[in-house]
Design a protein around this ligand. Structure first.
Ligand code: ADP
Ligand code: ADP
Length: 232
């Protein structure tokens, strides 16, 4: 479903080069929950952002569902990005819009008819367990509820892939577990491929099928979670 081929990313800061990713090869299978773990500065965020080309690699290619994302730009890139949902550590909700309007945002951007938008928003609110909260503003919600809105918005356009950028790092342990359970449910029910980055082993252990360990911009270990973390 996702293939990174020899992907590198070097940031230029003044006359300094920072190699954030070094020749990454990675395949994520359709339907799996794939985790990427590593210390702060290891390159996790850069890596996940190359998948939807929020970060353009300086070398290599990224394919999602057979489409070479790294070869696209402009409208075509925007179009393909709508098949990739993303959620964030700090939720990135519009504070001046209601929950329903936050979720409707990508649908309106895709020029869907008002009636269809309304139906889809109702469906999504139900999916994430926020039926009663559509008219509220983000500031009136708990962290877990905000992330549920983020998930509903990310799923609005029925993506094939969901990218999770430290999606539970701002949440307490109990709320983290409920969000992980929701992600697992979405993966199983909707057959959406999930890629998540985290610095927390617990997150990987609780829902991931396979894991890559990244360090210094390189994948240093990769395999089923049980193999990678139960080795002597
Ligand atoms: P992680 O998500 O694992 O913490 P990042 O992908 O954010 O790692 O960062 C990897 C490396 O790239 C770090 O050395 C970081 O300082 C550097 N880096 C990340 N983003 C930028 C940027 N926009 N400009 C310059 N350097 C960056
Ligand atoms: P910039 O102002 O640097 O051009 P963008 O408008 O591309 O930034 O993105 C603003 C924020 O929205 C970014 O932090 C990015 O994480 C997020 N974002 C942009 N495009 C997408 C997308 N297609 N999917 C998910 N998040 C996105």
């Amino acid at each position: 479903m996702i293939q990174l081929s020899n992907v590198s990313k070097t940031y230029q800061v003044g006359d300094r080069s920072i190699a954030a990713l070094r020749n990454i090869d990675l395949t994520v299978n359709k339907g799996e929950i794939f985790g990427i773990i590593g210390h702060s500065g290891a390159g996790k965020s850069t890596l996940i952002r190359t998948i939807n080309v929020l970060e353009q690699p300086t070398g290599g290619q990224v394919f999602v569902d057979g489409v070479e994302m790294t070869a696209l730009n402009g409208r075509r890139l925007q179009q393909e990005r709508s098949s990739i949902g993303m959620i964030f550590q700090h939720f990135n909700l519009l504070s001046s819009a209601t929950v329903a309007d936050n979720i409707a945002f990508p649908l309106r951007l895709a020029k869907q008819q008002p009636g269809a938008v309304e139906r889809r928003v109702r469906e999504l609110l139900q999916l994430v367990g926020l039926e009663e909260h559509g008219a509220k503003y983000p500031a009136q919600l708990s962290g877990g509820q905000k992330q549920r809105v983020g998930i509903a918005r990310a799923l609005a356009t029925s993506p094939k892939v969901l990218l999770c950028d430290e999606a539970t790092s701002a949440l307490d342990p109990q709320t983290t577990n409920s969000i992980l359970a929701l992600l697992l449910d979405i993966n199983r029910k909707l057959h959406i491929t999930i890629v998540l980055i985290t610095h927390e082993m617990h997150v990987i252990r609780s829902i991931c099928d396979r894991v890559a360990v990244i360090d210094g911009g390189k994948i240093v270990e990769l395999g089923p979670v049980t193999d990678v973390f139960l080795k002597p």
